[in-house]
Structure formats: C-alpha cells, structure tokens
Design a protein around this ligand. Sequence first.
Ligand code: AHR
Length: 333
Amino acid sequence: MRKTLLTTIAFTGAAALTLSGCSGNGNADASGDTGTDGGGAAETITVGFAQTGAESGWRSANTESMQNAFSEENGFELIFNAADNDPAAQISAVRNFINQDVDAIVIAPVVEDGWDDVLEEAAEAEIPVILEDRTVSASEDLYAAWVGLDFHEEGVMAGEWAAEEFGDTPTNMVVLEGTTGSAPANERAAGFDEAIEGSAIETIDSQTGDFTRDGGKSVMEGYISNYGVEDIDLVYAHNDDMGLGAIEAIEAAGATPGEDIKIVTIDAVKDGMQALVDGKINFIVECNPMLGELAAELVTDVLAGEEVEKTVYVEDQTFTQEQAAEVIDSRPY
Ligand code: AHR
C-alpha cells in the first residue's frame, strides 16, 4: 500500500479547470484506472459528496473545507448530502449519486462496515469513489483513494499523555466513545489502550456519546450518578464535543473539570481549544478537518487518469494548555 504524509495543503483550484470533458460520468472506473472521456474543453466536474452528518464542530469545519474546495470557481458542481449519522441513509445517498451519473463520488463513511455492495455498484457504473476522513473495511480495490488522519496514532498520543500524567498512581478512567462502528471510535480506542498498557489507569466504564455534545453530557451524567465524581479521575473523550458535554455534566455536579476530573480529548476545534486554555480540558490531540483541497485534488487527478496515492495521511499535532494559548487565535477552525 502506498502511503503519503502531508503536512501542508498545496492544491490550487486551477488544477480542476485543466481537466477535459467531465460533465456526466467521465468513464474512469471505481479505482481510477482509466482516463476521462477525452473531450477538448474544460467542463464542470459533478461530484456527489456523502457526509456523515453534522454531529460536531469538527464536522462543520470539514463540511466547510469540502464546500470551499469543490466550488463552482474551482470547476465543480457539488451535490451535498448529510446523512445525520445514519449508515443506511448514507448508502442510499450514494446510490442516488450513482443514479444521477455523477463524475465522481466522495464519501466520509459513518461506519466502516457495509460498503461492499454499493461500492461495487459504483465500480460497475464506472464512477470513481474517493474516501475522505473515515475508512471502510471493504477491499481497497473498490475505491480510488482515501485522504484523512491516523486515528490510531491520535489514540496513542492521547494515551501517552495520560500514562505520563498519571504514572503509577491508581486512576479510574471513563471513556466517551465516538459513533459505534466508526473508524475513529475503533482506532482511537485501540491506540489509547496500547499506550496505557502497564500503567495504573483502569477503564471503569466506556460507552458511546456518538461524537455529540449532548451525547457526551448524558453519558457523563450517567457515569457521575453511578460512580460519583470522587471516584472518577480521568475522562478520555474520542472528540472535543463529547468532552465539552462532559464538562457541563461535571460542573452541574459541583466539581471542577480539569482539576477534580482530568479530561483528554481529540480534535482541537475552537471550543475545545478554548476549554483547554481555560484549564477545563487538560490535553488535546488534533484531528485536522481541512481535507477539502486534498480530496478535490484526488478527484481531479483520478478523473484525468493520473496515478494517485492510495492512502494520503494528513499530520496531526498535540496541544498542552500553554501551546493552545499561543495558537488559538491563529487557527482557522
Ligand atoms: O471522523 C472524525 C471524527 O468525526 C471527529 O473526531 C469527530 O469530531 C467527528 O464527528
């Protein structure tokens, strides 16, 4: 498998405009192995984008990045669908894109499993599929490329901070998991567990908050009512929004988030970074949502019949309170 790590995004919209004849399916196959239909003039590229939903601040930033990159100005017509985190609704949105004979389909898959049939249908219709953000368990022959983040490594970085912070001190941890069956929930859990192996951190409970603020809040309320604030030392939230919900629950119980109960999250969106600066979250691992330009570049290249990297990773960083205070005003999301 070819892998690329990108730390900067260098795509310019002009690249999209150099494509020849793409309105209507350009007859590249699903893995992008053949070229476009070879007309002379630049035409609009029609792209169906199947987004997960609007569950988090990260998702809003990702949607904005995609809409900016797949703009009319850059030579695209974007047909946007948000599936409200419903895997069946997302698959049916992709089927609609196939029926509309779009030039390419981009998917941020809600969950990893269940994609084989619809990806095969896209392949039969010779519509290339590019995945962004989340991965699928289907064969990689069924899609042209994927661009996103290393969720496993994000979990490792969060776990390394926790292991370092708590050392040999016996620590009761509760986990706020992302959407069940999603790649980030699966991989962030595995990476974190690997990193804390051998430490004195014990997972006393782990439930899904579905990547939403309300979900994080209500699951945290349940933990507090079951264990009491005094018996919870650490919250690991698979994203900022659930961590922000946990903060509300902890404060409502009369305790101080970041002090009585430490919190580590993943994303580094504006609200999460502000909570880190305010000392309510203790450490954040970034998950960069600005994937639009790279996804647009992949679509353009695949339709032009160019060979592309199958797997494109974007680099993440981590933030302490001091580091967050330094950068918070300059970050775009
Ligand atoms: O797939 C990326 C994850 O999805 C983000 O961490 C989370 O905030 C979002 O909902």
